[in-house]
Design a binder for this molecule. Structure first.
Ligand code: 13P
Length: 250
């Protein structure tokens, strides 16, 4: 079923003590919306975050990345099984920072998505065009290719465990957001792309999040659009009051 989701991507911020402080602050907030709430701390702090939040909070602890292999000679990497062993069952894959700084390609991401699904993990799959693509009017073609190359080998059933996150690269960490209309147009295009291949049911049930400089001041307008089902929040997720102002914007 299509759900509203607000997920905080902490990126490479917050050591263990800072993670504990932010989680304490998050637990002190009141949720008035029906959104599912998730936070993605750095890998070293997932277990502690999971232990602190698992029973009462309604906040799911998720991972920012994982490797496609079950285990083996991949120095520095973390597998799906390892994430599951610390209570994590949702993983962000395909973030533009992973694509840009770690050379993650559509083909690699297809393998990661397969590994997540094989381990019964939910994937928040990220994609989005760069500024040059948008200036050239190619944003839909770029997004369509990213989605198709990494996901369209899957059967329809697999999409129950996938959430899509449209994050235009030019809006990430820049203070510049896509306008609510730009977000809506792209989300509608993504839903149509899904519907064309997998049918209306898969498309209608898909949660499509927007990411890129979402703040308390602009969240409500973006979330009011019919095809925007939530947000993937970077900078504003690092302050509990800002994050919950966004969570409660639904
Ligand atoms: P900002 O909210 O800091 O722009 O980051 C968005 C993002 O990359 C979330 O994954």
């Amino acid at each position: 079923m299509r759900k509203n989701i607000v997920a905080g991507n902490w990126k490479m911020n917050n050591d263990l003590a800072q993670t504990e402080t932010l989680i304490t602050d998050l637990k002190a907030q009141t949720q008035t919306s029906n959104a599912e709430v998730m936070i993605a701390p750095t890998a070293t702090n997932l277990w502690q975050a999971y232990q602190t939040l698992k029973d009462t909070s309604g906040i799911e602890v998720i991972a920012q990345n994982m490797h496609f292999a079950e285990n083996g000679a991949y120095t520095g990497e973390v597998s799906a099984a390892m994430l599951k062993s610390v209570g994590v069952t949702t993983v962000i894959l395909g973030h533009s920072e992973r694509r840009e700084y770690f050379n993650e390609t559509d083909a690699l991401l297809a393998k990661k998505v397969d590994a997540a699904l094989a381990n019964d993990m939910r994937t928040i799959f990220c994609f989005g065009e760069e500024l040059a693509d948008r200036k050239a009017g190619n944003e839909e073609a770029v997004v369509e290719a990213q989605i198709k190359n990494a996901l369209f080998h899957l059967g329809a059933d697999a999409f129950k465990n996938i959430v899509l996150a449209y994050e235009p690269v030019w809006a990430i960490g820049t203070g510049e957001t896509a306008s609510p209309e730009q977000a809506q147009d792209m989300h509608a295009f993504i839903r149509k792309t899904l519907a064309d291949t997998y049918g209306a049911e898969v498309a209608d049930n898909m949660s499509i999040l927007y990411g890129g400089s979402v703040k308390p001041a602009n969240a409500q307008e973006i979330f009011s659009k019919p095809d925007v089902d939530g947000g993937l929040i970077g900078g504003a997720a690092l302050k509990a009051t800002d994050f919950y102002a966004i969570v409660n914007a639904f």
